[in-house]
Design a protein around this ligand. Structure first.
Ligand SMILES: Nc1ncnc2c1ncn2[C@@H]1O[C@H](COP(=O)(O)OP(=O)(O)OP(=O)(O)O)[C@@H](O)[C@H]1O
Length: 648
C-alpha cells in the first residue's frame, strides 16, 4: 500500500479562505486530519518504503552515480568513525600514567591514523559530493519526464476534475524536486548511522550508562524537528487550492495572453487586490506555521538541554565516586560530543528525509491516481477505413457535475457525407464532437466505427484517422509548417493543398520566413497572428491530415466573410476527400449538409435535411434558422439578398 494514502473523499467541500466565495478548497482536506493523527512512529515505520522508492528512481536515472553516491558516502562515514576510534586511542595514550614524552610517543601511531583517516575521508567525501551533484539533475529529469508522460496520457476529462488538478499541482509544485533530495538525505542518514555506530561502540566500552544518556539528549530535539516538519507540510497541503489560485492570479497578472484584456477591462486593481488577499492568506498561514514550529523547537531544545545537563552530572558522579578514571572521562566527553553531533545529524537527516518524503509522496500519489485515469486497455486495430460512424445511447457527464452533457445520443455519419450538429449554446455539440473524436470516453453507450466499439480500439490508431478543427485551437510555439503538419515529416503536396483549402496560404505568404516562421511572439523573430489568421492555420492543420473524418467545430467563428465562405465550400465539396462532421451556429452554412442533428440539453431533438427540418411547423431548427434569416432580411432589403435567403 502506498504510504499516507488518503482515506476517503469527503462529501462536503470546505470553503476556501481565499477571498472569492466561489473558490472552494479541494474535497480531500480530511487527509490533513489523517496526517495530524498519525504518530511519528507510524511515520518512521513508513519511511523505509519511501526511501527504497526514491532510491529506485535514482537508480533508474543513473545506476553509476547512485552507486558512487551511496558507496563513497558510506566509505567516508566509515573513515569518520575510524578517525574517532583513533582519537580515542590518542587520548587514552595521553591520559595514561608515565612521563609526558613517553605518552606523546605512545600516542603517535594513533595520531598518524587520525591524520590518514581525515585525509581519506576528505577525498571520499569530495568524490561523493561530485557524484551526488551529478545525480540530482538526472533524477529530477527522470521524475519530471514521468510526470509529463502521465499528464499527456491520462484521459482528457481528468483535466476537468478539480481534485485531480490539486493533486497534479502538488506533484509539479514540489513533488518532483524532492526525489533527488530524498536520495541525498538518505545518504546523510546512512553516513550519520555509521558515525553513530562507532560512537556507540566507544561509549558502551567506556560505561554502560553513557549510551542511553546520549540518546536521551537528542531525542527531544529530533521529536521537535519531525513535529515541525509535519506542521509545515499539513498547512501547505491544506492550502493547495489557495496556492493554486494564487499562482493562477499571478499568471493572469504576468502573462502575455491576458495582458491586453487586463488593461482593457481595467482589471489591474481587482486582480492585485485578489492577489494580495490570497497571498496574505498564504503568508499569514506560513507565519502561523513559523510560530508553531518555533514553539515546538524551543520545547525540544529545552528538554534536550536538560538531558545534556543530566548526562554531564552523571559523568561527574562517576568521576567523583571513582567509578570512572579521568583518562576515560576525557574520552567519554569527546565521544559524547561526537555522538551528539552524529545523533543530531541522524535525526535531522531522518527528519529531512521525512519532510521530503511527504512531498515526494505527493508525486507518488499523483502517479497512482494518473494510472487509474489511463484510457482503457484497448488492443483492437481499427476495422478498416470509415464506412459508418455511429453512436448508441451515448451518455456523458463531466467530472464534478451532476447534469449529464449528453443524455442518450444516437447519430450516424456515413462515408462521404457532410453531417451537421446544430443547437443553442451548451446543448452538447462540442462534447459530442469530442466523443466522436475519441477524446472523451462515454460513461454509457458507445461510439461505433463500422460497428466496432471505439472503447476497444487503440486510441492513437483511431485519432490518427480524424482531422480535428477545434473550437479552442492551440497556437503551438513552433514554426508555421510544424503548426500545420504537427509532425517532423512533411508531405509537401498535402501541405500545399491544406494551405489552399483553408486559406492559410495567404497567411503564410505574409510571414517573414514563410512556413519556417516561429509562431510565438515570446521568442526572437517570433510572429503573432490575428484571430482569423490563427483559425486559418488551425483549419489547415485539420485538413492536412489524411483523415477519414474531418471534425470541424465552429471552424469559422473568427474568419472574415470571404474566408468563411471558402472554408464552408471546401468542407461541403469533395475536396477534403473525407467525411465531414460540421458544428456551426451559421445555419446558412449547413443547408447543404446531408443530415442535420439538432441538439438541445444533451439530446437529439430533431434530425433530417435542411428542407425536412424547415418543414416542421414548430421545429427548433426552423425557429433558429428564421431568427438568423430575419436578421439578414432586415439588414439587406436594399441589396436583393432577401430573395436569396427566402428561397433557401
Ligand atoms: N470542461 C467542462 N466541464 C464541465 N462541464 C462542461 C465542460 N465543457 C462543457 N461543459 C458543459 O457541458 C454542456 C455542453 O457543453 P458543450 O461545450 O458541449 O456545448 P456546445 O453545444 O458545444 O456549446 P457552444 O455552442 O456554446 O459551443 C454545457 O452545459 C457545458 O456547461
Amino acid at each position: 500500500m502506498r504510504p499516507w494514502r488518503r482515506r476517503s473523499p469527503a462529501a462536503a467541500a470546505r470553503p476556501s479562505a481565499a477571498q472569492l466565495p466561489e473558490v472552494k478548497a479541494s474535497r480531500y482536506s480530511p487527509w490533513v486530519e489523517e496526517l495530524e493523527s498519525t504518530s511519528i512512529w507510524q511515520v518512521a515505520a513508513r519511511l523505509p518504503a519511501l526511501v527504497v522508492t526514491a532510491l529506485r528512481w535514482s537508480w533508474r536515472a543513473s545506476p553509476r552515480d547512485t552507486a558512487a553516491t551511496l558507496g563513497l558516502n558510506v566509505a567516508a562515514g566509515v573513515f569518520t568513525a575510524f578517525g574517532l576510534i583513533a582519537v580515542a586511542g590518542v587520548l587514552e595514550s595521553l591520559f595514561s600514567a608515565g612521563p609526558t614524552p613517553d605518552r606523546v610517543r605512545a600516542a603517535l601511531p594513533s595520531l598518524l591514523l587520525v591524520a590518514g583517516a581525515a585525509m581519506t575521508r576528505g577525498a571520499l567525501a569530495a568524490g561523493a559530493g561530485w557524484a551526488q551533484s551529478r545525480l540530482a539533475p538526472q533524477v529530477e529529469r527522470a521524475v519530471e519526464l514521468e510526470l509529463f508522460r502521465l499528464t499527456s496520457h491520462i484521459r482528457l476529462e481528468s483535466f476537468d476534475d478539480s481534485d485531480f488538478a490539486d493533486t497534479m499541482y502538488r506533484a509539479r509544485d514540489r513533488g518532483t524536486r524532492e526525489v533527488a533530495r530524498m536520495v541525498s538525505h538518505t545518504v546523510d542518514v546512512l553516513t550519520a548511522l555509521i558515525g553513530l555506530v562507532a560512537v556507540a561502540g566507544v561509549l558502551s566500552v567506556l560505561h554502560v550508562l553513557l549510551l542511553p544518556l546520549l540518546i536521551l539528549t537528542v531525542l527531544p530535539d529530533g521529536w521537535a524537528a519531525v513535529r515541525a516538519a509535519r506542521i509545515r507540510y499539513a498547512k501547505l497541503r491544506e492550502m493547495t487550492t489557495t496556492r493554486r489560485r494564487e499562482m493562477i492570479i499571478g499568471d493572469l497578472l504576468a502573462d502575455r495572453s491576458s495582458a491586453a484584456e487586463l488593461r482593457a477591462h481595467t482589471m489591474r486593481p481587482f486582480l492585485l487586490e485578489q492577489y494580495v488577499a490570497t497571498a496574505d492568506h498564504v503568508r499569514d498561514a506560513l507565519l502561523g506555521v513559523a510560530r508553531r514550529q518555533t514553539l515546538v523547537r524551543s520545547t525540544g531544545d529545552a528538554v534536550s538541554g536538560g538531558a545534556t545537563a543530566l548526562t554531564y552530572t552523571a559523568l561527574g558522579g562517576l568521576l567523583v565516586t571513582g567509578a570512572m578514571p579521568l583518562s576515560v572521562a576525557g574520552t567519554a566527553v569527546l565521544a559524547i560530543r561526537q555522538g551528539q553531533t552524529s545523533l543530531n545529524q541522524l535525526l535531522h537527516s531522518v527528519n529531512a528525509c521525512y519532510e521530503s518524503g511527504l512531498f515526494f509522496n505527493d508525486f507518488l500519489e499523483f502517479c497512482d491516481q494518473a494510472r487509474t485515469r489511463f484510457p482503457g486497455p484497448a488492443t483492437r486495430s481499427l476495422p478498416g477505413a470509415l464506412e459508418v460512424l455511429s453512436t448508441r445511447e451515448l451518455v456523458f457527464s463531466y467530472p464534478g457535475t451532476d447534469e449529464p452533457a449528453l443524455r442518450g445520443v444516437d447519430i450516424e455519419i456515413r462515408r462521404g457525407e457532410v453531417v451537421a450538429l446544430v443547437g443553442e449554446n451548451g446543448s452538447g455539440k462540442s462534447t459530442l464532437a469530442r466523443l466522436l473524436s475519441g477524446l472523451y470516453t462515454p460513461q454509457r453507450g458507445a461510439v461505433l466505427w463500422n460497428g466496432v466499439d471505439l472503447a476497444t480500439v487503440v486510441p492513437e490508431e483511431y485519432r490518427a484517422r480524424i482531422g480535428l478543427i477545434s473550437q479552442d485551437y492551440t497556437q503551438w510555439p513552433l514554426s508555421a509548417r510544424r503548426n500545420i503538419t504537427m509532425e517532423s515529416a512533411c508531405d509537401e503536396p498535402r501541405l500545399r493543398r491544406a494551405l489552399k483549402l483553408s486559406g492559410a496560404d495567404e497567411v503564410v505568404a505574409e510571414l517573414s520566413h514563410g512556413l519556417d516562421t516561429l509562431l510565438d511572439k515570446r521568442f526572437v523573430d517570433g510572429a503573432d497572428l490575428s484571430g482569423g489568421q490563427k483559425q486559418r492555420i488551425a483549419a489547415a492543420r485539420g485538413l492536412y491530415r489524411d483523415a477519414d473524418l474531418v471534425v470541424a467545430d465552429e471552424p469559422t467563428a473568427a474568419l472574415d466573410a470571404r474566408a468563411e465562405q471558402r472554408l464552408f465550400d471546401t468542407l461541403h465539396s469533395a475536396a477534403t476527400g473525407s467525411t465531414v462532421l460540421l458544428i456551426t451556429h451559421r445555419l446558412a452554412s449547413v443547408r447543404m449538409a446531408d443530415r442535420i442533428y439538432v441538439l438541445d440539453h444533451g439530446r437529439v431533438i430533431e434530425q433530417g435535411t435542411h428542407q425536412q427540418l424547415m418543414d416542421m411547423p414548430n421545429g427548433h431548427y426552423r425557429q433558429l434558422f428564421s431568427i438568423q434569416a430575419d436578421a439578414y432580411l432586415g439588414m439587406t432589403d436594399d441589396h436583393g439578398v432577401r430573395d436569396r435567403v427566402s428561397r433557401s
